[in-house]
Design a protein around this ligand. Structure first.
Ligand code: MN
Length: 131
């Protein structure tokens, strides 16, 4: 299946553009927000197949946003992948403990990023967590 709708929540313009370009080139459709608050609103309205969530955002953090998405039946079934510059093991553990369905570090490695996106789309939510 191709053409799935992806929601990119990312406050850094360069990072947002890179994710958008890579996803669109691969055939996905994208919508974007610069804040968690706007991302949650878009997720409710547009029902993306996957959400790519930055952690460090102005206002609400990506971790708080995940909690709100999970608490709402309109968005609780959407897989959410954390995309963050926090590359330290401890941060990664904290992020996965928060309940994200996947994790990619920034700057994204295109091939690995796309592989992880595809895998998560195919697997969906809750069907066994990532390593
Ligand atoms: Mn950020």
């Amino acid at each position: 299946m191709a053409g799935e709708l992806m929601l990119i929540v990312e406050d850094n313009e360069k990072n947002r553009k890179l994710a958008r370009d890579v996803l669109q080139f691969t055939g996905y459709r994208t919508i974007e927000s610069e804040t968690a608050e706007e991302g949650i609103r878009l997720a409710r309205e547009q029902q993306p197949a996957l959400i790519l969530m930055d952690i460090q955002l102005p206002g609400m953090s990506g971790i708080e946003a995940l909690g709100q998405l999970r608490a709402d039946p309109r968005t609780s079934g959407i897989p959410v992948m954390a995309v963050t510059a926090s590359a330290m093991t401890q941060d990664r553990q904290k992020i996965m403990a928060a309940g994200f369905d996947g994790y990619q570090s920034k700057p994204i490695a295109v091939k690995e990023f796309l592989r992880a996106v595809r895998e998560l789309l195919d697997r969906g939510r809750g069907a066994g967590g990532p390593a």
